[in-house]
Design a protein around this ligand. Structure first.
Ligand code: NDP
Length: 279
């Protein structure tokens, strides 16, 4: 894990960058296009979007601008999107994938995820993802917001194991059991809201640790993700923060500091509970 281009190898052999840019709540428009372009020009290779974010068009524009300006090629990038709950089903999920590709202006995605484990729906959607994968139309497939019991149910009938599970993960929600389960089955854990949507940045204990390393709290948290073997996708639209969030490959947290950060866990969520959501 040396730099922004460093990758983890998923269970199907595909390489996924350890750190990427999230774009949740960023609306279509120039700010979005610039954020994506800026991130790629500063060395980011992974961008995480979703159909429900309503911003795939702008993400695609940012990608194309970056490719024009930097000389890197599409294959160097790792683009993720997600199928929304209303589209879960076999035909509807395949159609949703095609629509995401059209909006993004891409001919394949690197990773396509089931966004939420809607009961009674995610198995059919998974069959659709398996088809897309077997046809070579997507490089890797996975899930998001799946708890252990969702993964168990999915894998019981699945032909292909998910390569990734993207879940809420930060020092207030360390998800140790889920992480151990995912490790056991070779499913890469990925952290959403790694900065707890900004709420952790004034935490006194994290500020103490940050001072010792001459780093920001955001950098300490993102480094903690990486040292825990968790892929991370902090969101920012501001260039200086996009750069700051990526400057986490030049220091290492001690085992003691890793433990101190782990101990901040309160099983506290900022997002919906995957066992109790109604959308
Ligand atoms: P994050 O934890 O990444 O926090 C983002 C917030 O922190 C923004 O308000 C941002 O503001 C601010 N911020 C970012 N970097 C810094 C910094 N260095 N210093 C101070 N403030 C900072 O929250 P997200 O919820 O956006 O999660 C990240 C990504 O995860 C999403 O964008 C999305 O791609 C994905 N996600 C997936 C979900 C799922 O269900 N699968 C659910 C939620 C998110 P500013 O932009 O102004 O810099």
């Amino acid at each position: 894990m040396k730099n922004l281009q460093s990758t983890t190898t998923l269970n199907n052999g595909v390489n996924m960058p350890w750190l990427g840019l999230g774009v949740f709540k960023v609306e279509e428009g120039q700010e979005l296009v610039d954020a994506v372009k800026t991130a790629i020009s500063h060395g980011y290779r992974s961008i995480d979007t979703a159909a429900i974010y309503g911003n795939e068009v702008g993400v695609g524009q940012g990608i194309r601008k970056a490719l024009e300006e930097t000389g890197i090629v599409r294959d160097d990038l790792f683009i993720t999107s997600k199928v929304w709950n209303s589209e879960l089903g076999y035909d509807t999920t395949i159609a949703a994938y095609e629509e995401s590709l059209i909006k993004l202006g891409l001919d394949y995605l690197d990773l396509y995820l089931i966004h939420w484990p809607v009961a009674g729906k995610y198995k059919e959607a998974w069959r659709a993802l398996e088809t897309l994968y077997k046809e070579g139309r997507v490089k890797a497939i996975g899930v998001s917001n799946f708890q252990i019991h969702h993964l168990e149910k999915l894998m019981k009938d699945a032909e292909i194991k998910p390569m990734v599970n993207q879940v809420e993960y930060h020092p207030r929600l360390t998800q140790k059991d889920l992480q151990a389960f995912c490790q056991q089955y070779g499913i890469q854990l990925e952290a959403w809201s790694p900065l707890m949507q900004g709420e952790l940045l004034d935490n006194a204990e994290l500020q103490e640790i940050a001072k010792k390393y001459n780093k920001s709290v955001a950098q300490i948290i993102l480094r903690w993700d990486l040292q825990n073997g968790v892929v991370t996708i902090p969101k920012s639209t501001k260039e200086h923060r996009i750069v700051e969030n990526a400057s986490v490959f030049d220091f290492e947290l001690t085992a003691d500091d890793m433990r101190s950060i782990d101990s901040l866990n309160q099983n506290h969520r900022v997002g919906p509970d995957p066992d109790n959501f109604d959308f």
